[in-house]
Design a protein around this ligand. Structure first.
Ligand code: R2B
Ligand code: URA
Length: 309
Protein backbone atom coordinates (compact mmCIF):
# COMPACT_ATOMS: atom_id res chain seq x y z
CA UNK A 1 0.00 0.00 0.00
CA UNK A 2 1.32 3.40 -0.88
CA UNK A 3 0.68 6.20 1.57
CA UNK A 4 0.13 9.41 -0.30
CA UNK A 5 0.04 12.46 1.91
CA UNK A 6 -1.89 15.24 0.35
CA UNK A 7 0.66 17.87 1.31
CA UNK A 8 3.36 16.05 -0.67
CA UNK A 9 1.65 16.89 -3.91
CA UNK A 10 3.29 19.64 -5.88
CA UNK A 11 0.70 21.90 -7.44
CA UNK A 12 1.39 22.73 -11.09
CA UNK A 13 -0.21 26.05 -10.46
CA UNK A 14 -1.56 27.65 -7.35
CA UNK A 15 -3.41 30.90 -6.91
CA UNK A 16 -4.72 31.51 -3.42
CA UNK A 17 -5.76 27.97 -2.92
CA UNK A 18 -6.81 26.21 -6.13
CA UNK A 19 -4.29 23.54 -7.10
CA UNK A 20 -4.11 21.34 -10.13
CA UNK A 21 -1.49 18.68 -9.58
CA UNK A 22 -1.12 17.42 -13.14
CA UNK A 23 1.78 18.45 -15.35
CA UNK A 24 0.24 16.72 -18.39
CA UNK A 25 -2.66 19.14 -18.39
CA UNK A 26 -0.45 22.15 -18.98
CA UNK A 27 0.87 20.83 -22.29
CA UNK A 28 -2.62 20.06 -23.57
CA UNK A 29 -3.87 22.53 -26.23
CA UNK A 30 -7.50 22.00 -25.39
CA UNK A 31 -9.26 20.52 -22.37
CA UNK A 32 -12.63 18.87 -22.92
CA UNK A 33 -14.77 18.42 -19.82
CA UNK A 34 -16.68 15.57 -21.41
CA UNK A 35 -19.33 14.95 -18.72
CA UNK A 36 -20.17 18.68 -18.53
CA UNK A 37 -20.17 19.10 -22.33
CA UNK A 38 -17.84 22.10 -21.92
CA UNK A 39 -14.39 22.68 -23.44
CA UNK A 40 -11.69 25.31 -23.32
CA UNK A 41 -11.78 25.80 -27.13
CA UNK A 42 -15.55 26.18 -27.28
CA UNK A 43 -16.27 28.09 -24.06
CA UNK A 44 -14.70 31.13 -22.41
CA UNK A 45 -14.26 29.74 -18.89
CA UNK A 46 -12.95 33.00 -17.42
CA UNK A 47 -15.97 34.94 -18.70
CA UNK A 48 -18.45 32.23 -17.73
CA UNK A 49 -17.10 31.22 -14.33
CA UNK A 50 -14.33 33.65 -13.27
CA UNK A 51 -16.38 35.17 -10.42
CA UNK A 52 -17.27 31.85 -8.69
CA UNK A 53 -16.58 31.84 -4.94
CA UNK A 54 -18.92 29.09 -3.75
CA UNK A 55 -19.62 25.70 -5.24
CA UNK A 56 -22.53 23.70 -3.83
CA UNK A 57 -22.92 20.09 -4.90
CA UNK A 58 -25.69 17.57 -4.21
CA UNK A 59 -26.86 14.23 -5.54
CA UNK A 60 -30.13 15.19 -7.18
CA UNK A 61 -30.36 17.46 -10.22
CA UNK A 62 -33.83 18.72 -9.15
CA UNK A 63 -32.62 19.56 -5.66
CA UNK A 64 -29.69 21.54 -7.10
CA UNK A 65 -32.02 23.49 -9.40
CA UNK A 66 -34.37 24.28 -6.50
CA UNK A 67 -31.35 25.28 -4.43
CA UNK A 68 -30.11 27.72 -7.07
CA UNK A 69 -33.60 29.23 -7.44
CA UNK A 70 -33.81 29.71 -3.66
CA UNK A 71 -30.27 31.16 -3.67
CA UNK A 72 -31.24 33.64 -6.44
CA UNK A 73 -34.11 34.94 -4.31
CA UNK A 74 -32.02 35.11 -1.14
CA UNK A 75 -29.23 37.03 -2.88
CA UNK A 76 -31.73 39.43 -4.50
CA UNK A 77 -30.77 38.16 -7.99
CA UNK A 78 -34.24 36.89 -8.99
CA UNK A 79 -37.37 35.14 -7.78
CA UNK A 80 -37.49 31.54 -6.57
CA UNK A 81 -39.94 30.82 -9.42
CA UNK A 82 -37.61 32.12 -12.18
CA UNK A 83 -36.21 29.45 -14.46
CA UNK A 84 -32.42 29.10 -14.31
CA UNK A 85 -30.73 27.53 -17.36
CA UNK A 86 -28.79 24.30 -16.98
CA UNK A 87 -25.23 25.08 -18.17
CA UNK A 88 -24.66 21.37 -18.90
CA UNK A 89 -27.79 20.89 -21.01
CA UNK A 90 -25.71 19.16 -23.72
CA UNK A 91 -25.27 16.14 -21.45
CA UNK A 92 -27.60 14.21 -19.16
CA UNK A 93 -24.85 13.27 -16.70
CA UNK A 94 -24.83 16.32 -14.42
CA UNK A 95 -26.80 19.57 -14.12
CA UNK A 96 -25.11 22.90 -13.39
CA UNK A 97 -26.63 26.25 -12.43
CA UNK A 98 -24.95 29.60 -11.76
CA UNK A 99 -26.36 32.33 -9.54
CA UNK A 100 -23.91 35.23 -9.17
CA UNK A 101 -20.81 33.84 -7.43
CA UNK A 102 -22.52 30.54 -6.56
CA UNK A 103 -22.28 27.45 -8.76
CA UNK A 104 -24.65 24.54 -8.03
CA UNK A 105 -23.82 21.15 -9.55
CA UNK A 106 -25.51 17.75 -9.21
CA UNK A 107 -23.27 14.70 -8.71
CA UNK A 108 -25.47 11.58 -8.76
CA UNK A 109 -25.03 8.77 -6.24
CA UNK A 110 -21.80 7.28 -4.97
CA UNK A 111 -18.05 7.86 -5.00
CA UNK A 112 -17.38 7.14 -8.72
CA UNK A 113 -20.09 9.55 -9.86
CA UNK A 114 -19.03 12.46 -7.63
CA UNK A 115 -15.34 11.77 -8.30
CA UNK A 116 -15.73 12.22 -12.08
CA UNK A 117 -17.76 15.37 -11.52
CA UNK A 118 -15.16 16.83 -9.13
CA UNK A 119 -12.25 16.23 -11.52
CA UNK A 120 -14.06 18.26 -14.17
CA UNK A 121 -15.31 20.88 -11.69
CA UNK A 122 -11.82 21.50 -10.30
CA UNK A 123 -10.43 21.85 -13.83
CA UNK A 124 -13.29 24.20 -14.71
CA UNK A 125 -12.43 26.44 -11.74
CA UNK A 126 -8.74 26.25 -12.62
CA UNK A 127 -9.29 27.23 -16.26
CA UNK A 128 -11.60 30.03 -15.08
CA UNK A 129 -8.75 31.32 -12.83
CA UNK A 130 -10.99 31.16 -9.75
CA UNK A 131 -9.37 31.57 -6.36
CA UNK A 132 -10.43 31.29 -2.73
CA UNK A 133 -13.29 28.91 -3.54
CA UNK A 134 -15.43 27.21 -0.87
CA UNK A 135 -17.08 23.90 -1.77
CA UNK A 136 -20.05 22.49 0.15
CA UNK A 137 -21.83 19.17 -0.36
CA UNK A 138 -25.49 19.32 0.71
CA UNK A 139 -27.25 15.98 0.95
CA UNK A 140 -29.15 13.30 2.77
CA UNK A 141 -27.91 10.55 5.06
CA UNK A 142 -28.91 7.93 7.58
CA UNK A 143 -28.37 9.02 11.19
CA UNK A 144 -26.88 6.85 13.93
CA UNK A 145 -28.39 7.69 17.31
CA UNK A 146 -29.68 11.11 16.15
CA UNK A 147 -33.24 12.36 15.67
CA UNK A 148 -34.50 12.20 12.08
CA UNK A 149 -34.35 15.70 10.59
CA UNK A 150 -31.10 16.55 12.38
CA UNK A 151 -28.35 18.06 10.26
CA UNK A 152 -24.81 16.70 10.57
CA UNK A 153 -21.83 18.85 9.56
CA UNK A 154 -19.00 16.40 8.91
CA UNK A 155 -15.80 16.70 10.94
CA UNK A 156 -13.99 13.82 9.21
CA UNK A 157 -15.27 11.30 6.70
CA UNK A 158 -14.50 7.73 7.83
CA UNK A 159 -14.51 4.61 5.68
CA UNK A 160 -16.53 1.47 6.45
CA UNK A 161 -13.79 0.35 8.89
CA UNK A 162 -13.90 3.79 10.58
CA UNK A 163 -10.53 4.85 9.16
CA UNK A 164 -10.12 8.58 8.46
CA UNK A 165 -8.99 8.28 4.87
CA UNK A 166 -10.06 7.63 1.34
CA UNK A 167 -8.34 4.73 -0.40
CA UNK A 168 -8.11 4.66 -4.15
CA UNK A 169 -6.46 2.23 -6.53
CA UNK A 170 -4.19 4.04 -9.01
CA UNK A 171 -2.08 1.98 -11.43
CA UNK A 172 -2.74 -1.07 -9.26
CA UNK A 173 -1.49 0.58 -6.09
CA UNK A 174 -3.56 1.80 -3.14
CA UNK A 175 -3.28 5.54 -2.66
CA UNK A 176 -4.49 7.03 0.61
CA UNK A 177 -5.87 10.54 0.99
CA UNK A 178 -6.85 12.45 4.09
CA UNK A 179 -10.59 13.15 4.54
CA UNK A 180 -10.73 15.87 7.16
CA UNK A 181 -13.12 18.70 6.37
CA UNK A 182 -12.35 22.37 7.03
CA UNK A 183 -12.72 23.03 10.79
CA UNK A 184 -13.47 26.79 10.73
CA UNK A 185 -15.94 26.40 7.87
CA UNK A 186 -17.77 23.72 9.87
CA UNK A 187 -17.93 26.03 12.90
CA UNK A 188 -19.26 28.91 10.77
CA UNK A 189 -21.98 26.64 9.39
CA UNK A 190 -22.91 25.53 12.91
CA UNK A 191 -23.24 29.20 13.92
CA UNK A 192 -25.66 29.76 11.02
CA UNK A 193 -27.79 26.87 12.21
CA UNK A 194 -27.96 28.40 15.69
CA UNK A 195 -29.12 31.67 14.14
CA UNK A 196 -31.78 29.93 12.04
CA UNK A 197 -32.79 27.94 15.15
CA UNK A 198 -35.22 25.63 13.34
CA UNK A 199 -33.57 22.19 13.47
CA UNK A 200 -30.93 20.35 15.54
CA UNK A 201 -27.43 20.53 14.03
CA UNK A 202 -24.22 18.88 15.17
CA UNK A 203 -20.62 18.50 14.07
CA UNK A 204 -19.59 14.82 13.99
CA UNK A 205 -17.86 12.15 11.92
CA UNK A 206 -19.62 10.73 8.88
CA UNK A 207 -19.17 7.23 7.51
CA UNK A 208 -18.92 7.04 3.72
CA UNK A 209 -19.85 3.71 2.12
CA UNK A 210 -19.92 2.39 -1.43
CA UNK A 211 -23.40 0.88 -1.14
CA UNK A 212 -26.77 1.83 0.38
CA UNK A 213 -27.84 -1.69 1.41
CA UNK A 214 -25.20 -4.24 2.53
CA UNK A 215 -22.59 -1.46 2.64
CA UNK A 216 -24.69 0.36 5.25
CA UNK A 217 -25.66 -2.80 7.20
CA UNK A 218 -29.28 -2.79 6.04
CA UNK A 219 -31.41 -5.92 6.39
CA UNK A 220 -33.69 -5.04 3.47
CA UNK A 221 -31.42 -5.33 0.42
CA UNK A 222 -31.79 -8.04 -2.24
CA UNK A 223 -29.03 -9.93 -0.43
CA UNK A 224 -27.99 -10.06 3.22
CA UNK A 225 -25.39 -12.31 4.78
CA UNK A 226 -25.55 -11.17 8.42
CA UNK A 227 -27.97 -11.33 11.35
CA UNK A 228 -29.85 -8.44 12.94
CA UNK A 229 -27.57 -8.75 15.99
CA UNK A 230 -24.46 -8.43 13.78
CA UNK A 231 -25.97 -5.40 12.06
CA UNK A 232 -26.69 -3.70 15.40
CA UNK A 233 -23.23 -4.53 16.71
CA UNK A 234 -21.68 -2.89 13.64
CA UNK A 235 -23.83 0.25 13.87
CA UNK A 236 -23.12 0.51 17.62
CA UNK A 237 -19.39 0.25 16.96
CA UNK A 238 -19.70 3.01 14.33
CA UNK A 239 -21.47 5.14 16.95
CA UNK A 240 -18.73 4.37 19.47
CA UNK A 241 -16.14 5.47 16.86
CA UNK A 242 -17.87 8.86 16.67
CA UNK A 243 -19.98 8.31 13.54
CA UNK A 244 -23.36 10.06 13.61
CA UNK A 245 -24.44 9.64 9.98
CA UNK A 246 -23.82 7.52 6.89
CA UNK A 247 -23.80 8.62 3.27
CA UNK A 248 -21.97 7.77 0.05
CA UNK A 249 -19.81 10.64 -1.26
CA UNK A 250 -18.13 12.54 1.59
CA UNK A 251 -14.76 10.70 1.52
CA UNK A 252 -13.73 11.51 -2.04
CA UNK A 253 -15.30 14.97 -1.74
CA UNK A 254 -13.15 15.72 1.33
CA UNK A 255 -10.03 14.25 -0.30
CA UNK A 256 -10.45 16.25 -3.50
CA UNK A 257 -11.14 19.49 -1.62
CA UNK A 258 -7.87 19.05 0.26
CA UNK A 259 -5.94 18.12 -2.90
CA UNK A 260 -7.27 21.14 -4.82
CA UNK A 261 -6.93 23.60 -1.94
CA UNK A 262 -10.65 24.37 -1.66
CA UNK A 263 -12.21 24.80 1.76
CA UNK A 264 -14.69 21.94 2.00
CA UNK A 265 -17.78 21.14 4.07
CA UNK A 266 -20.34 18.34 4.03
CA UNK A 267 -23.80 19.17 5.39
CA UNK A 268 -26.31 16.30 5.38
CA UNK A 269 -29.72 15.89 6.91
CA UNK A 270 -30.55 12.53 8.55
CA UNK A 271 -33.67 10.96 7.04
CA UNK A 272 -33.95 8.28 9.75
CA UNK A 273 -32.16 6.84 12.77
CA UNK A 274 -30.50 3.61 11.65
CA UNK A 275 -30.52 2.28 15.22
CA UNK A 276 -34.31 2.19 14.87
CA UNK A 277 -34.75 0.81 11.35
CA UNK A 278 -33.67 0.58 7.72
CA UNK A 279 -36.59 1.79 5.63
CA UNK A 280 -37.33 5.43 4.97
CA UNK A 281 -40.99 5.62 5.95
CA UNK A 282 -41.58 9.37 6.41
CA UNK A 283 -44.05 11.09 4.06
CA UNK A 284 -42.86 13.02 1.00
CA UNK A 285 -43.79 16.24 2.75
CA UNK A 286 -41.64 15.42 5.80
CA UNK A 287 -38.75 14.29 3.58
CA UNK A 288 -38.98 17.48 1.50
CA UNK A 289 -38.91 19.56 4.66
CA UNK A 290 -35.82 17.64 5.84
CA UNK A 291 -34.02 18.03 2.50
CA UNK A 292 -34.46 21.80 2.52
CA UNK A 293 -32.57 22.08 5.84
CA UNK A 294 -28.98 21.80 4.50
CA UNK A 295 -29.97 24.25 1.72
CA UNK A 296 -31.29 26.77 4.27
CA UNK A 297 -28.13 26.52 6.32
CA UNK A 298 -25.80 26.93 3.36
CA UNK A 299 -27.82 29.81 1.89
CA UNK A 300 -27.62 31.63 5.23
CA UNK A 301 -23.84 31.03 5.34
CA UNK A 302 -23.21 32.27 1.79
CA UNK A 303 -25.40 35.35 2.30
CA UNK A 304 -23.41 36.21 5.43
CA UNK A 305 -20.06 35.71 3.68
CA UNK A 306 -21.08 37.91 0.76
CA UNK A 307 -22.18 40.68 3.13
CA UNK A 308 -18.72 40.57 4.76
CA UNK A 309 -16.92 40.83 1.40
C1 R2B B 1 -27.22 9.89 0.28
O1 R2B B 1 -28.35 9.48 -0.31
C2 R2B B 1 -28.03 8.72 -1.48
C3 R2B B 1 -28.56 7.31 -1.33
O2 R2B B 1 -29.95 7.32 -1.14
C4 R2B B 1 -26.54 8.79 -1.62
O3 R2B B 1 -26.15 9.52 -2.75
C5 R2B B 1 -26.15 9.54 -0.42
O4 R2B B 1 -24.89 9.86 -0.17
N1 URA C 1 -28.56 8.20 2.26
C1 URA C 1 -27.78 7.18 2.62
O1 URA C 1 -26.70 6.97 2.05
N2 URA C 1 -28.19 6.38 3.63
C2 URA C 1 -29.36 6.56 4.25
O2 URA C 1 -29.71 5.78 5.14
C3 URA C 1 -30.19 7.64 3.86
C4 URA C 1 -29.75 8.45 2.83
Amino acid sequence: MEYKQTNDEKPTSSKDGLHISNRHLVSQKEDILYHFDLGTSTHDFVAMFGDIKFVCVGGSRWRMKAFSQHMAEMLGLGNATDDIPNICEGTDRYNMYKVGPVLAVSHGMGIPSISIMLHELIKLLYHAKCFDVTAIRIGTSGGIGVEPGSVVITRTSLDASFKPYFEMNVLGKTMIHSTQLHTCLGQELLKCSKEINEFPTLIADTMCTSDFYEGQARLDGAFCTYTEEEKMEYLQSAHAAGVRNIEMESSVFAAMCIRSGMKGAVVCVCLLDRLKGDQITSSHQVLNDYQIRPQKLVTCFIKKQLKKA
